[in-house]
Design a protein around this ligand. Structure first.
Ligand SMILES: Nc1nc2c(c(=O)[nH]1)N[C@H]1C(S)=C(S)[C@@H](COP(=O)(O)O)O[C@H]1N2
Ligand SMILES: [Mo]
Length: 255
């Protein structure tokens, strides 16, 4: 465990609280050149218009009661990555697996599952909407992504968080996803290690998956091995910011 995270944790537990931190982070961001730049360069009408409509308030996705949790939550896309790196991690039940936080950060970090579990956590019960036409309500527990980014510190020029996954979709290209910093610092954006109170199963993305609650299912990257801060995702995959985006889906998949 690196000192900055522990320091941050003490500060959080102290007075502000995690949501306070995330929101104050957002307030600062909202006035920055970076965020203004993101808004200026967005090509997608949906994205720009939603941002304009929402202003800087970033409302929360609806959260449900425990009794609303779906009896069956379909596992979709990859349900068992077949890459060597994943199989090795799975073999020891992710005991030696580590999340890499890198790219345009001041302090790259490498965090074990135990270290992630020791950080302040958020639990939320939300509805997952897949573009294929099914939905399910599930409970997610994990570390707010904004906390990790704060701990790593952003370098100037960071605009997006990219999630590198362990699976090659359908035996083809690596699965990856990306979100902007507004979603990265949204208080409901988590790197989740538990679903419905139990450790994430392999089918649902063990050991760690993204929850970005105001976007569609394909943004919810499973098997996250690394979070990279970038200024542009043009050099990744086919340059559209995600596996499904490279195959024609919208980058901003707002619900
Ligand atoms: N790494 C990875 N993440 C992924 C996918 C995938 O195939 N690989 N599929 C996506 C799609 S389309 C959906 S709907 C959700 C499914 O999550 P679930 O299996 O927990 O229901 O994961 C998303 N994240
Ligand atoms: Mo999906």
């Amino acid at each position: 465990m690196s000192t900055p995270l522990i320091t941050r944790r003490r500060a959080l537990i102290g007075s502000v609280g995690l949501v306070g931190l995330a929101l104050s982070g957002c307030d600062k961001l909202a006035g920055s050149d970076t965020v203004q730049g993101i808004i200026a360069v967005e090509e997608k009408f949906t994205h720009t218009s939603q941002r304009l409509l929402l202003g800087q308030k970033a409302p929360l996705a609806h959260e449900f009661k425990a009794s609303d949790i779906s009896a069956v939550f379909k596992a979709n896309g990859t349900v068992q990555p077949d890459t060597d790196i994943y199989k090795r991690a799975q073999d020891d039940n992710f005991a030696t697996w580590k999340l890499q936080v890198f790219g345009l950060v001041k302090k790259p970090m490498s965090l074990s599952l135990a270290e992630l579990r020791a950080l302040p956590a958020r639990t939320q019960i939300t509805r997952h909407d897949c573009v294929e036409g099914w939905s399910a309500i599930g409970g997610w527990t994990g570390v707010p992504l904004g906390l990790l980014i704060q701990a790593a510190g952003m370098q100037p020029g960071a605009r997006y968080a990219v999630f590198h996954c362990a699976d090659n979709y359908d035996g083809g290209d690596p699965y990856y996803e990306s979100i902007d910093l507004i979603d990265a610092f949204h208080p409901q954006t988590l790197l989740a290690y538990a679903m419905n109170g139990a450790p994430l199963t392999v089918a649902h993305g063990a050991p760690l998956r993204l929850r970005v609650e105001r976007q569609l299912g394909y943004k919810q990257a499973k098997y996250v091995m690394g979070v990279e801060l970038v200024s542009s995702f043009a050099h990744l995959g086919k340059g559209k910011g995600g596996y499904w985006e490279d195959n024609g889906y919208e980058w901003y998949a707002g619900i």
